[in-house]
Structure formats: C-alpha cells, structure tokens
Design a protein around this ligand. Sequence first.
Ligand SMILES: Cc1cc2nc3c(=O)[nH]c(=O)nc-3n(C[C@H](O)[C@H](O)[C@H](O)COP(=O)(O)OP(=O)(O)OC[C@H]3O[C@@H](n4cnc5c(N)ncnc54)[C@H](O)[C@@H]3O)c2cc1C
Ligand SMILES: NC(=O)c1ccc[n+]([C@@H]2O[C@H](COP(=O)([O-])OP(=O)(O)OC[C@H]3O[C@@H](n4cnc5c(N)ncnc54)[C@H](O)[C@@H]3O)[C@@H](O)[C@H]2O)c1
Length: 455
Amino acid sequence: MRHFDLVIVGTGSGNSLLDSRFADWEVALVERGTFGGTCLNVGCIPTKMYVHAADLAATPEHAGRLGVDLALDGVRWPEIRDRIFGRIDPIAANGERYRRDHPDNAHVSVYTGTARFTGERRLEIDGETITADRVVLAAGSRPMVPAVPGLADVPFHTSDTIMRLAALPRRLAILGGGFIAAEFAHVFSSFGVEVSLVVRSDGLLRREDRDISMQFTKLAAQRWDVRLGREPERVERRGDGVRLHLDDGATVDADALLVAIGRTPNSDLVNAAAGGIELSPYGYVMVDAEQRTTAEGVWALGDISSPWQLKHVANHEARVVQHNLLHPDDPIESDHRFVPHAVFTAPQIASVGLTEQEAQERGVAYVTATQAYSGIAYGWAMEDGTGFAKLLADPRTGLLLGAHVIGPQAATVIQPVIQAMSFGLDARSMARGQYWIHPAVPEVIENALLNLPLP
Ligand SMILES: Cc1cc2nc3c(=O)[nH]c(=O)nc-3n(C[C@H](O)[C@H](O)[C@H](O)COP(=O)(O)OP(=O)(O)OC[C@H]3O[C@@H](n4cnc5c(N)ncnc54)[C@H](O)[C@@H]3O)c2cc1C
Ligand SMILES: NC(=O)c1ccc[n+]([C@@H]2O[C@H](COP(=O)([O-])OP(=O)(O)OC[C@H]3O[C@@H](n4cnc5c(N)ncnc54)[C@H](O)[C@@H]3O)[C@@H](O)[C@H]2O)c1
C-alpha cells in the first residue's frame, strides 16, 4: 500500500495545483476520464470555439439589415469539429504525458481509474489502495439525466457527446432551458439546424434577473420552437430519430436529442461518506472558506463543492487550496462575494451580483437603472434594438450591488463593473472618475451608471 504526501482526485482544475513548489512532495494524481477535465475537453473551451463559428454563420442575417448583403454558402461541420478537437485532444494528451513522463514530475504518480474512499484519507483505485497525509477532491460534476420513460431506450446526447456528432442533424430537440441549452441552441441553429426547446419553467435562463430572462425568452421564441412550462411524459424512437410526447399532448420530433437539465457533483463517485466528508442536501462536498472539508486533511474545490459550477470559480478555489497546502500556518480564504458569469448565446448575457429579485427577497435597499444599447453610439452602428444593461446600487453608499447585461459583447462589457464591485468603487466615481472611450460599447455601462438615481 503506497503512502503519499498528497493525493489529488481529478485532473481538471486539480492538475493546475501542482507546480515546482511541490517538487519535494510525493503526489498521486487520479483521473477516471479524459485528462484535463470538463472545461478543456467537453466544456468551456470547445463550446466557445463552436460559438465563435456560430456567430460568424449568423452574421449574414444581421448584415442585411445594415445594407451589406452576405450569403452563408455552407457550414462544414466535420471540418469545424475536427479543427476544434484537433487542437484540444493533443493538449489533453500532452498534459497527461507531461505528468507521466517528464522529469519535472518524477515525484508525481498518475493513476487511471475511479478513486473511492474506503476510510479517512484512504482511497481505492481499481483494487489498489493508497493513503495520504492530504487529499484534494477536484472530481467535478457530470450531466444529470432525468427519469423520463423511454429515454434510456433512445439515442440521446449530453454536452459530453453532442459536440462530436458525425454530421449535423436536420432537427435538434433540447431538454432544458439553462446555460447549455441556450448556448447549443445558438450554435446549432446558426449552423442551419431546426431547434426545439422543451423547458419545464415559464422562461429561459430563469436564474438571471427577470428582465434579462424575459428579454432572452422573447428573442429565443422568435428564433427557435420554444415549448415553455412543458415536460416530456415519454420519449420514443422514431426511425433514426426521437419523438418527445409532452404533458400537454403535443409531440416534438427530432433527429437528435440533447439533455441539458443541470449537472450533479461527483461526490457519490468518490464515496465521500466513507472518507468522513459531509455533503449538502444536493450532494455538494461541504467546505469552509479555506476550502477544507469536514474531514481532517481533505480539501475540495470546483464543481464537486461549488454550486456555481464555473471554471473561473474552480480556478480561484484551486489557487486558495494550493496556498493552504503550501502555507498551512498562514491560510487564505476564497472570495465568493462577486462571482460573475456569462452565457455565450445570442445575444450574449453576463451578470454579477444581486438580481433585482434577490435584492427584494433579501430586503436589500437598492436603486436601479437601465441603459439600452440603442441609446449609445456603437449601438446605433450595430442597429441593436434589443440589448440593455441594468444596474443595481446601494442608495446610501452608491456602491454597485449587481449588473446584468444582454447584448453584443456582454461578457466583455461587464468586466469593469466586476472590477468596481470587487474593489469597492462607487457608481458616481466609476462613471466620472475615468475616461470612457467614445464611441465604444462600454458606454452602455457609463450611461447606466449615470442613469442611477443617486444623490
Ligand atoms: C458544456 C459546458 C460548457 C461550459 N462552459 C463554461 C464557460 O463558458 N465558462 C465557465 O466558467 N464554465 C463553463 N463550464 C463549467 C466548467 O467547465 C466547470 O465549472 C469546470 O470545468 C469544473 O472544473 P473542476 O476542476 O471542478 O472539474 P472537472 O474539470 O470536471 O474535473 C474533474 C475530473 O475528475 C474526474 N473524476 C471524477 N470523479 C473521479 C474519481 N472518483 N476518481 C478519479 N477521477 C474522477 C473527472 O473525470 C474529471 O476529469 C461549462 C461546462 C459545460 C459542461
Ligand atoms: N457559459 C458558462 O459559464 C457555462 C456554459 C455551460 C454550462 N455551464 C455550467 O454548467 C452547468 C450546467 O448547465 P445546464 O444548462 O445543464 O444547467 P442549468 O442549471 O443552467 O439549467 C438547467 C435547466 O434544466 C431545467 N431542469 C432541471 N431539472 C429538470 C428536469 N428534471 N426536467 C426538465 N427540466 C429540468 C431547469 O429548469 C433549467 O432550465 C451550469 O449551471 C453552469 O454552471 C456554464
């Protein structure tokens, strides 16, 4: 039975913990799937490579309104797919080779298999037991699949498989109305696929500020076949495709089905309870601000312990765990005050801080203001008639409480607000204490700041 200074379970954000400062540590790195984890192989990176191609494919539709006639001559799906994975797959393979074979990593043992706790800091990997002084759980999450009758008997996809399709389907049905549904609906419809969305709630992206969710739902319904407030009662095979029978008696026929109803933390796969690790009611590993679990010497980070399930959160937590492993007498805490996110759909959406509904529920005093893209110069240039930025601020201090943007470049436009909130800059100082490049898109934020009814 081998004993290690440190065992890391999961090679997504877990792999980034190791640098030269761990050269004297005996480390085991355990991976059951593809080296490099979700973001690199089946998450952020390939999806955004598809989104960029989709944005290009969608351009002719918009350009015509500006008097520029473009035509989409074709989408070479196999070429797009092979370009994306031709770039990503070698990164994963080289990352694994580096850890296994490079002299820098002589102190690292890479295990392939599923690590399961059999006791405190004791893990079994395919019959072999290892122990450690410290364990880091970075085992991520996986797609959830609902118990819909018939689903198990039809070919369906999750985000793990849909990006490697052999050919574009003519019709795609998507179950769910969250991040993954919104991003893939944009990708596939831009490539000419007819998209249907079956959504249990009464709107898409329901966790966004209601104004954003309502605007996106309205625009989505103009582009896709959106069935709101519906659930499939059963699914059946129909030729090479599928038929979804919805709870209102309607049916949706498609050549491919994508299930995107959320992701569940992999705490069950690591058998967390046997390691003395407490879980939340939703199965997340419970951690304190230093990313320590309830078991002595066991830390957790990323999707297995974070309800945000975002790569920049996993990266931040990995840096905290790394510091706390190296400096146990001077630990630091994770900063989850202002966690932003973006949905790379069309139009783009980005958000940080409180939504108006959260401010109301929590009884937080706020003022709010909105600025349409159509009211700023670059918005005119783009003829944007649907985008806006919405801000919430504390009426007493002028500090920003939340920002929500729907429109071109939203994920980039929101960054100065994240900075202001993180460093405690009030709305007035932010608006007037700096130049805003004219006529650039961030003027939508400048004007929203000026619109806030602050003294
Ligand atoms: C389609 C999609 C698009 C996304 N887009 C974005 C985006 O644009 N921006 C963003 O911020 N986030 C995005 N995310 C979320 C982001 O990918 C995750 O939050 C992030 O990758 C989580 O990192 P992690 O290190 O916690 O887990 P992972 O990267 O999932 O790593 C966990 C690893 O642990 C392995 N593992 C699990 N159990 C065991 C075990 N018992 N033994 C051994 N190995 C195990 C898994 O195989 C996996 O490789 C996206 C996710 C998806 C699915
Ligand atoms: N741009 C990004 O940062 C990005 C992109 C993709 C994924 N992600 C991460 O991955 C996570 C998973 O994405 P997702 O879209 O699968 O989840 P999600 O939580 O964003 O959305 C899930 C959707 O499925 C619906 N749903 C839940 N249970 C259902 C059921 N039993 N039947 C029918 N509908 C049901 C929900 O109402 C919601 O519309 C996201 O929460 C996010 O953290 C991030």
